[in-house]
Ligand binder design. Sequence first.
Ligand SMILES: CSC[C@H]1O[C@@H](n2cnc3c(O)ncnc32)[C@H](O)[C@@H]1O
Ligand SMILES: [Zn+2]
Length: 432
Amino acid sequence: MSRKWLIKNGTFAVMNPEKPVINGYMLVEDNRIQYIGESLPEGTEDTDSFDGSGLLFLPGLVNTHGHAAMSLLRGYGDDLALQVWLQEKMWPMEAKFTGEDVYKGTALSVLEMLKGGTTTFLDMYDHMDQVGKVAEQSGIRAVLTRGVIGLCPPEVQTAKLQDAVSFAKQWHGAAEGRITAMMSPHAPYTCPPDYIEKIVQAAHDLDLPLHTHMSETRAEVEQNVRDYGTRPVEHLLKLGLFSRPSLVAHAVHLTDEEIAILAEHRVGVSHNPGSNLKLASGIARVVDLLKAGVTVSLGTDGPASNNNLDMLEEIRLAALIHKGVSGDPTAVPALEALKMGTEYGAKSLFLQDVGRLEAGMKADFIALNTEQAHFLPKTDFISHTVYAAGAKDVEHVWVDGRQVVKHGECLTLDEERIRFEAQQAFEGLLAR
Ligand SMILES: CSC[C@H]1O[C@@H](n2cnc3c(O)ncnc32)[C@H](O)[C@@H]1O
Ligand SMILES: [Zn+2]
């Protein structure tokens, strides 16, 4: 038996340029939006209803790059540049992570993400079965990928790639289709060329997209030129990575030619403004990427380089910093920034029916409480969402038609237990 319910008196961010917001109704049947519009859909007089007064409904936020378990390392290595932060702080601690640590750190992050309105997240990490378990239990939508670092003997490289393949085979399509998989060489500076080629071949065999860190820092680009004679974009192009659907994280340091290559090969870019600012990596050329037709989405990166998972904050940063650096107040307008955090995010993750409030789409949506000082006057709700709102304004969250956050409380996860266990896990890591 299918379940239908109707939201009445709501304000809905449909994000059409001519009319981005409408007042009216949304009908949901099981896990899909069946109708959205200003008039009451026919035949729904007796349908279960939900009062949407004082709520702004938006598509669920899509976080296209992160490492959720790194919440256990939040505040552990601040104010350092990427390579020092990775080599001296993160990697030594991550070497001690057990599957249980990954479960606890990921649960903490998924709790934060759901409560902040993120309905889909991409996660690149190790012990990915544990991440899959959290995604399954919490009800969130997830794109999961075992990140592989190839700075190790050949037999270890082989084992890691095998682990990534097994994970993808087991989890792609799991949790009623809420989980999909990708394949991920961590970065050109941590994976030798022949290893990247093997990972690309595995992605081809499994028919899965690829994800990697790329051109995050100037030093990394210079190292690529020293080691391989090319900048990272051409390097990855030669290794066949862009022959498959792919999404690169960061892409801060790009030339015009590199932007043209990414556009030509339909490579998506996950822009991580908070992490790039904190690690002093630089500011990505988002205006030029968008102008070239590249799909630019938003990611938080891990909670140890951000240091939160608030996608509304990333949306605001994306709308602000490109105005600041370009001197052009029209750069990345509010509606475009919001699309980067929703529709373009879904597109970057190759999710067909997610990212928009529209009939036929999956029922992944959130409701912000607009009965607050910073949502007045009722002029432009897209502007208020981007320039004034924050994670605390998220009142309700639905993923795949199921309510997972109600009045700011997560219905699927035990918040008290997760907070206690995360603290314990961090103390355990320090003591080991
Ligand atoms: C192999 S699992 C993922 C790996 O990525 C590391 N990581 C976290 N943030 C970043 C970043 O901004 N650039 C590059 N690598 C990053 C994380 O510590 C894991 O080891
Ligand atoms: Zn990352």
